[in-house]
Every structure is written in C-alpha cells, then in structure tokens.
Design a protein around this ligand. Structure first.
Ligand SMILES: *Cc1c(COP(=O)(O)O)cnc(C)c1O
Length: 383
C-alpha cells in the first residue's frame, strides 16, 4: 500500500490512472450513451451513460479523493445533487437548515420539497446548543453551509457531527464556499458532503456541475439509485472540464485566500465602510472555530458601506471595473454580487434581513488577479 498522498498531489493524481485503451494521460471524453455487449449482460463494466460513464467515473474518484471520502458522485448541477439528498427522506421528516444559506437551496427546499411533505426549519447554527433545542423525534437531516452565504458565519462541524450522531440524524454539509482545500467535512464526522462544483472545483466559470461524497456504502448505493432513477447526470464533457479545473485547485485557492485577506484588511480600515464580514478577523464571532476547522479563510467576503446606504452600495457596484457584476463565485476572475437582488432574491425580504442580508450588503468573490489591481479598483469605486 502506497503512502497516502498530500492534498496538493491528490488534486492531480487522486483516483486517476492512464486510460487503459491507449494510455492517454488525461481522461478521454467518452461521448457515448451506450456500450457494446459481447453477449447479453456481458460488458466491460459500463452499460448506459445515465448510470455511469468512464469520464464521469474519473471525476467521481477524484472528488472522493480530495474530500477524503470513499464514494463520489457527480450530478448535472449543485442543486441536482441536493435534490438527490432530499429524496432520501420521507413525508413528515424534518430538516434543520442554517438560516443563512444559498438562495437556490432555500427555493428548492420550500418551493419544491415542502409540497412533498418534508418540513424545513431555518435556524441560526452559529451555536450548536441552539440547534439542539430545535431537534424533535422527526428530525432526520441537518443541512449546513460553512462559511455561510453571504454572511460568512462559521458553523462548528465537529459540534454539529456530535449532535447529529447523538440523535441519529444525517449531517449534510454544503462545502462549496470552502472547497476541500480549506476543510474536509467528512473528517469532522459529516455523513454527506455536497458541492456546487460550478464554483471553486471547476474554478473557471465555464461549467455547471454538482457532486456528493459519502463514506457509508449503503448511503452511496441509495444515492446512486436515486441518481440513476431521477437522471440528473452531467455530460462527459462537463466532467472533463471539472476534472481539469480540480488539478489546479490548490494553487488557485492559495491565491484566492491571500488576495481576499488583503482586500478584507483594506476594506476594514476604509472610512466609507461600516462592516466587513470575513472569518479571518479575530473579531469575527466564530474566528476560533474557523481557525480550528479551516486551513485558511477563503476567497469570499461581504461588506456594508457607511450608514447601510443602498444608494452607495449601488454606486460602488456599478463603479467597479475589474470586479464584474454577476451571479456565481469561485472562478479565477473577481466578481461582485448584490445578494438581496441576485443570489438571495428568492428569499423573502423579512427572512433575508433577519440573517443580516440587508439591501446595502455587497458580496465579493475575490479572484486570482494581481491584488494591487483589485484594491485599486475598490479604491476608485469607493471614492
Ligand atoms: C451555486 C451554489 C449552489 C447551487 O449549485 P449549482 O451548481 O448552481 O446548481 C449551492 N450551494 C452554494 C453554496 C452555491 O454557491
């Protein structure tokens, strides 16, 4: 048995071997829906590409390796991966989800799955003891995002895993914001890790894809059954693109984190800024937990201009030249977002504001450009 590789090698080599047909070092894009059988049921392991495809397998093995898990699954999108997780549940089951989460997740839960009898409660999860108070005999799943989107709250993964185990509850973690470079939730005892691979894993804003990683064999079998039966699978080309992106994940993340740290410091001291949300500040309420469970503080941050002025937020957003106003995050290019009207528009205003997503909040996905250019861009927009 070979010694386990470091993370920075697993991104490139995890689960990968030269292709058996011609020794191609990079996985071929197997654009095929079906596979020849020499006799009924006699085939080389692949029958139909909804069920599996060699390019998808290469990606799934790689994602499992970098999340330090046993089974990886790739889906047509992050939301398709979440959809499969929700289908593990039965009508009447209760789900406790963080109150500060991706707007599309909130929409999937409330506008689709509530109609099938699942019961969702959106609660603050910054303190595990508060979560414990909401558990009932019907609670079957915890849905956690950390850092949260867009408020950058940190949820204690070890504490949540202990609570989940004690009550026989499944812990699912949306690890999109951190990426496995910063934290590996299975290591802290989570049961399911979900990614919108669209973001940091793919890293180049050119593909939509989602993934799940689990350790438990029975859970993996059930999720694969749901995936095949429901059919939300990614194309071989998209799998290839994400796999290609992951090979540089560690190099990109290092730069995302360094740039974000410098921008957070710049905004923090700027007289026209009221509040900066970034888990790397010692004053961040869960900074200690962030330090324990993350290798660095990520490439995302949010801020509010002085007097929580929406007019000023709009002025800043439209004055930026390098930061592009767009949905999404995690690509090499810097993006600016306005959560209240974009990613979080599907969450009612009252609920949104309760968790801090005010109309003046601005979110940055810090890219890997020269940080001097990014700071100069913010500086001119603020003046
Ligand atoms: C984008 C995103 C999703 C949804 O993923 P898609 O690939 O767009 O379907 C889920 N969670 C988080 C945190 C996201 O940022």
């Amino acid at each position: 048995m070979k010694k386990k590789l470091h993370f920075n090698s697993l991104t490139i080599h995890g689960g990968q071997a030269p292709d058996p047909a011609f020794g191609a070092v990079m996985p071929p894009v197997y654009m095929t829906s079906t596979y020849a059988q020499s006799a009924p049921g006699d085939h080389k392991g692949y029958e139909y590409s909804r069920t599996h495809n060699p390019t998808r397998t290469a990606l799934e093995k790689n994602i499992a390796a970098i999340e330090n898990g046993k089974h990886g699954m790739a889906f047509a999108s992050g939301l398709a991966a979440m959809d499969a997780v929700m289908k593990l549940l039965q009508p009447g089951d209760e789900i406790l989800a963080t109150d500060d989460l991706y707007g599309g997740s909130y929409r999937l839960f409330t506008k689709i799955f509530e109609a099938y009898g699942l019961v969702f409660r959106f609660i603050p999860m910054r303190d595990t003891a508060t979560v414990a108070q909401h558990i009932t005999p019907k609670t079957k799943l915890f849905w956690v995002e950390t850092p949260t989107n867009p408020m950058m709250n940190i949820i204690d993964l070890k504490g949540m895993a202990e609570l989940a185990k004690a009550h026989n509850i499944t812990l699912a973690v949306d690890n999109t914001f951190a990426s496995p470079y910063l934290q590996q939730p299975l290591e802290f005892g989570a049961d399911i890790v979900m990614h919108s691979a669209t973001k940091y894993l793919a890293g180049h804003s050119d593909v939509i894809l989602g993934s799940l990683v689990v350790n438990d064999d029975t859970l993996a079998e059930r999720l694969r059954f749901i995936q095949n039966a429901s059919g939300a699978v990614p194309s071989p080309m998209d799998c290839f693109l994400v796999l290609r992106g992951i090979k540089t994940l560690h190099v990109r993340m290092e730069r995302h984190c360094e740039n974000a740290a410098q921008i957070a410091a710049f905004l923090q001291q700027h007289p026209k800024i009221e509040q900066v949300y970034w888990p790397g500040f010692e004053t961040h309420p869960n900074h200690t937990v962030a330090k324990q469970q993350m290798n660095a503080f990520g490439g995302m941050l949010s801020f509010v201009p002085e007097k929580s002025s929406f007019a000023m937020a709009q002025k800043i957003i439209t004055s930026l030249k390098i930061f592009t106003l767009a949905e999404s995050l995690g690509g090499i290019e810097s993006l600016v977002g306005h959560p209240a009207s974009m990613t979080h528009a599907s969450i009612p205003k009252a609920i949104r504001e309760k968790s801090g997503v005010v109309d003046a909040l601005i979110r940055l996905s810090v890219g890997i450009e020269a940080v001097e250019d990014l700071i100069a861009d913010l500086d001119q927009a603020l003046s």
